[in-house]
Design a protein. Structure first.
Ligand code: AOF
Ligand code: ZN
Length: 340
């Protein structure tokens, strides 16, 4: 049987997950308060700007005196700063639990160990690192944002069975099957931004929105160092927002934002995106862009469809190590997560 700490931290992670899609860009956090092996209160961070998990859990306890001597399980170290809400650490100390068990320390520089230290200074026993890996996976975007000050980056492409992502003329439509394409639209709805290079934007006239699924459209990001994006493209003509990163032009025309980045470096673009609130990015090609990001080590996940088609020649897919796969319609889907 799983030990007691793991059991209740797992429950806190389960509760945290209920905040998915609502708390962003905050982390998902859950909290369980246990006395004599019974849960006496639990809660999670429900909405961005709203009460933190610990406060909701405390409010859920019927007799607040019971918290004295209890064990508090939290998926993330309690905060110590006055943000949109007062510090959870101070609130916990008021109620005198005997111990606090944590999955992850909070990478936010405003907290980062200060919560644990303050609890210990107030004679509360702290155990941290329980199911740490699971906690990090749950809040993978938040951890990358806080630690690297850039969006969480997911590469996506479809390749033929013989390893090509496009024909020689650069055309790449319909390599993957319908089911895979539908899944990609779901993924688009899950991230804040979507990025492609200018050649793909011109060649495919991509719209990069969510059509085969229900959900929010991501903000479109185009890498166009020399302003080669063609006037007729959907990116420049439909009413949605586009951020067009380039080497020389800073201007806004309606929803189209031309952003000058000089020197035109991926690291600088990533930092600018982070500052603008683009906390995650789905990168949909083309080959040049994908390879550049891989070369610069700026990716966190890759999702690769391998279809049954054969091209024999064309543009080679990026070369990264794949192992297990799942079947999506007629395709194989390989998912590679780094540092997991
Ligand atoms: C906690 N419990 O449930 C969450 C925490 O703007 P605020 O006041 O909501 O603070 C957001 C920051 O607080 C966030 O970046 C992260 O460091 C921490 N999130 N902390 O004790 C919670 N969601
Ligand atoms: Zn808090």
């Amino acid at each position: 049987m799983e030990n007691k700490h793991k059991k209740f931290i797992r429950r806190s992670l389960y509760l945290a997950n209920k905040g998915m899609g609502e708390v962003f860009p905050n982390p998902m956090v859950g909290c369980v308060i246990v006395k004599e092996n019974e849960i006496i209160g639990e809660g999670y961070h429900k909405k961005f700007g709203g009460a933190h998990a610990e406060i909701n859990a405390i409010n859920n306890v019927i007799n607040k005196n019971d918290i004295e001597g209890a064990s508090v399980y939290i998926s993330l170290e309690p905060c110590t700063h006055f943000g949109k809400t007062p510090p959870c650490t101070d609130k916990l100390i008021e109620y005198k639990p005997k111990e606090v068990i944590i999955s992850n320390t909070d990478p936010n520089p405003l907290v980062n160990g200060k919560g644990i230290k303050k609890l210990r200074n107030n004679k509360i026993n702290v155990i941290s690192g329980v199911l740490e890996k699971e906690g990090k996976i749950l809040n993978k975007r938040f951890f990358i944002n806080q630690e690297k000050k850039r969006p969480y980056i997911i590469l996506k492409w479809a390749e033929t069975s013989d390893g090509f992502i496009a024909k020689e003329d650069g055309s790449s439509k319909w390599i993957s099957c319908k089911a895979s394409r539908t899944l990609v639209h779901k993924w688009r709805s899950e991230e804040t931004g979507i990025l492609i290079g200018v050649n793909t934007a011109n060649k495919d006239n991509s719209r990069l929105n969510v059509r085969l699924w229900e959900g929010r459209d991501p903000i479109r990001v185009i890498l166009d160092p020399y302003n080669k994006l063609e006037e007729k493209t959907n990116i420049l003509n439909d009413p949605s927002i586009s951020l067009i990163y380039n080497n020389m032009l800073n201007k806004t025309q309606g929803q189209k934002h031309f952003i000058k980045i000089s020197p035109f470096k991926l690291e600088n673009i990533c930092y600018d995106l982070y500052k603008r609130g683009i906390y995650s990015l789905l990168v949909e090609g083309g080959g040049f862009t994908l390879n550049k990001i891989i070369e610069k080590n700026l990716w966190d996940e890759a999702r690769i469809f391998k279809s049954q088609l054969k091209f024999s020649k064309g543009i080679k897919a990026p070369n990264i190590k794949k192992n297990t796969y799942e079947k999506i319609g007629e395709d194989k889907l390989f998912k590679i997560t780094r540092n997991a």
